[in-house]
Design a binder for this molecule. Structure first.
Ligand code: NI
Length: 215
């Protein structure tokens, strides 16, 4: 198999110090999916970087999108292979959920995730130890998967984030992606700078197995 050239992550923007400026990290889970390309277009148009917590099983069908995420400066994180509640699985299966996804993302985009988001936010001590990566939760749960309502997504997405926050959306739902341009405008008006999750915690060491819901 010919070697896949590695996309160079874009780092044209100046580094952001989230201890000084008002930062927010938008995160999009469960993709890539049919609306992810449109979302990437919207983020690029607004010059905004975000974090995608990918399902390993969705990577193979969307390799170009995963490569594009990395090339355009977004962060790609691991959200397991098939979205099980990891606390219900034997440790060997937990490990396989993580490692298969690490390999799929690395094979597609040339970089391996350094952050993990547990499906349903479900973690216990054993899962945390077995996964062995920082566990990224959220400070704002949009519940976009439940309501699937553009206007509601906009209200929650614009009003709820506070400085240092991590906001949970899902790019597999059309109303979530449709809400993004207005959310970006609203958060910019509120003075927010958009960062990836790793940028949000820049300067702090994230420990394997520990949970982080905001800066
Ligand atoms: Ni999920």
């Amino acid at each position: 198999m010919p070697a896949t050239p590695e996309p160079r992550p874009r780092r044209l923007h100046s580094p952001v110090d989230c201890s000084v400026v008002k930062c927010v990290a938008l995160t999009f889970d469960d993709g890539p999916g049919p609306y992810t390309g449109r979302l990437l277009d919207e983020l690029r148009a607004a010059d905004v970087r975000a974090t995608f917590f990918l399902l390993g099983q969705n990577v193979a069908g969307h390799r170009r999108l995963v490569r594009r995420m990395v090339r355009e400066g977004h962060e790609v994180g691991n959200h397991s292979w098939s979205h099980p509640d990891l606390t219900t699985l034997p440790s060997g299966e937990v490990r396989a959920q993580v490692l298969r996804t690490q390999r799929a993302v690395e094979e597609a985009a040339g970089v391996a995730p350094v952050l993990f988001r547990p499906p349903y936010g479900a973690i216990d001590a054993r899962v945390a130890r077995t996964v062995g990566m920082p566990m990224i939760l959220w400070s704002v749960d949009s519940l976009d998967w439940l309501h699937r309502d553009v206007r509601r997504n906009i209200v929650v997405g614009v009003r709820r984030p506070r400085s240092g926050g991590i906001v949970l959306f899902h790019d597999i739902h059309r109303p979530s992606v449709a809400a993004v341009p207005t959310i970006l405008e609203g958060l910019k008006r509120r003075g927010f700078t958009f960062v990836t999750v790793s940028e949000l915690f820049e300067g702090r060491r994230l420990a394997p197995g520990r949970r982080y819901a905001e800066r």
